[in-house]
Design a protein around this ligand. Structure first.
Ligand SMILES: [Zn+2]
Ligand SMILES: [Zn+2]
Length: 174
């Protein structure tokens, strides 16, 4: 077996040292990047500062295993997704509340309807001056300020005598 000169051994040692140093630096950089990614990710998912610290420390200490644990345990939805979902739910709720029930027969009615198509109960009337739709409990038109003759309080649920509705009284584009 040929002997390796001491000089060559030294060179190999230096090269190995450099390789180890580079690998160590890369590992440290990767480790730090995982911790930073975790901090960024947890911040999009919760406003709890304690959770931020916990998740970041977990990944900083355990590295890839901590990251795996974090991904398994983190909140499923981001705050943006939660916000979007809440907006959707509110819009849905608003849609439901604007579709009021007929005070007389409880059938679902549209906001533009003047009478209930099922029981003919009066739901709204039109302004004598501008023709816009007025709620039954309004005492004046909010569009043209004309006072409403014979306004009555809200929620009385009276079934009025059926009165003809002239086509000319339909509202203009709102
Ligand atoms: Zn009705
Ligand atoms: Zn009016």
């Amino acid at each position: 077996m040929p002997t390796i000169p001491a000089e060559l051994l030294n060179k190999i040692g230096v090269v190995l040292e450099i390789v180890v140093a580079v690998l160590a630096a890369l590992t440290v950089a990767f480790w730090i990047a995982m911790a930073i990614w975790t901090l960024r990710d947890i911040r999009t998912r919760t406003a709890d500062v304690f959770a931020w610290v916990l998740a970041t420390v977990l990944v900083a200490i355990l590295g890839p295993i901590g990251l795996l644990l974090y991904v398994l345990l983190r909140p499923k939805e981001t705050l943006a997704a939660v916000y979007d979902r809440q907006l959707e739910e509110e819009a849905l709720l608003r849609d439901i509340t604007t579709r009021q029930a007929c005070p007389s027969c409880q059938a679902v009615t549209e906001p533009e309807w003047l009478i209930c198509p099922h029981c003919r109960a009066e739901l709204r009337h039109t302004c004598n001056a501008c023709g816009k739709l007025l709620e039954l409990n309004w005492s004046a038109c909010p569009f043209c300020t004309t006072p409403v003759a014979g306004a009555r309080p809200a929620g009385s649920g009276r079934v009025p005598q059926v009165k003809p509705i002239e086509p000319a009284a339909q509202p203009t584009a709102s």
